[in-house]
Ligand binder design. Structure first.
Ligand SMILES: [Zn+2]
Ligand SMILES: [Zn+2]
Length: 272
């Protein structure tokens, strides 16, 4: 599995020179197998570049894309109106997600409603469809098996476990620890994973002022990685206030707890 980070920032994009070593775009991750099977996790602002790359790569041929949405906060859907494959009629884009707070395509339609965008979701040229997911019920995309699981946040969130050929990646964005049932579930889901991508928005000191805001800390992510015996941890959903230097300090602190930790970095690929 090739896991490529197109957007790693949380909450809002941060196009500042001091932040660009790690990346300023919001959540978007591409998971691809060597046979071409591809899943896209979230369409934050990083998805704009991904969309342009996919269209170029297709060379005018049709694209059949599978987008798994964790939830509908703007930092996870803001590139929908700028996702190039949606503007070509030969393409098909399937959106997967929960209907706990509304059906995915209804919510995406609402996000693009005039006057928030000059034309509507229904006018997009590509064929769009949705698949409503249920907790712990897997779906397959080519050679990838994707299993959704609930994550504790301010709104309903699905995390996703992706498996192929014996390897597994767990995508756990917008996660706040402290819900006993969901913390236990996450420990089980992440157990032995090759890669855990985990919300690490805050330092423990910052978190003391942000309890209930829906995000976790590098410390919790590193402890979880150690407890679940994952092979590698990628800290994700970086706080907009954290520049490259601060993130480097956060990485060192996390590595003291769980050595095989990296910062999810825009443009970087991890092979599992
Ligand atoms: Zn978020
Ligand atoms: Zn959120």
């Amino acid at each position: 599995m090739h896991v490529r980070f197109w957007g790693v920032r949380g909450s809002i994009s941060t196009p500042k020179a001091t932040h660009l070593g790690i990346g300023g775009n919001t959540a978007c991750v591409e998971v691809r197998l060597s046979d071409g099977s591809t899943c896209i996790l979230d369409l934050g602002t990083g998805a704009r570049e991904l969309g342009r790359m996919l269209v170029k790569e297709a060379g005018g041929g049709p694209l059949d894309l599978h987008v798994f949405l964790s939830h509908f906060h703007w930092d996870h859907i803001q590139a929908v109106p700028f996702f190039a494959p949606l503007f070509e009629e030969e393409n098909r884009v399937t959106f997967y997600g929960s209907d706990t707070e509304g059906e995915p395509m209804d919510l995406l339609t609402e996000q693009m409603r005039v006057p928030f965008f000059p034309f509507s979701f229904n006018e997009l040229a590509a064929e769009t469809r949705q698949i409503i997911l249920q907790e712990n019920v897997s779906v397959t995309v080519g050679g990838l098996t994707v299993t959704p699981f609930p994550v504790h946040h301010t709104q309903f969130v699905f995390g996703y476990k992706l498996e192929a050929g014996g390897a597994s990646v767990v995508y756990c964005t917008d996660y706040e620890h402290g819900n006993e049932r969901l913390d236990l579930l996450l420990g089980v889901v992440a157990s032995g994973a090759d890669l855990l991508i985990c919300d690490a928005q805050y330092t423990p000191e910052e978190y003391a002022h942000c309890v209930g805001w829906g995000h976790s800390t590098w410390e919790r992510a590193a402890q979880l990685a150690a407890e679940a015996k994952v092979k590698r941890l990628a800290l994700f959903h970086h706080d907009p206030a954290h520049n490259d230097e601060q993130l480097s300090e956060i990485l060192s602190a996390a590595q003291a707890v769980f050595p095989n930790t990296v910062l999810a970095t825009e443009g970087a690929t991890i092979v599992c």
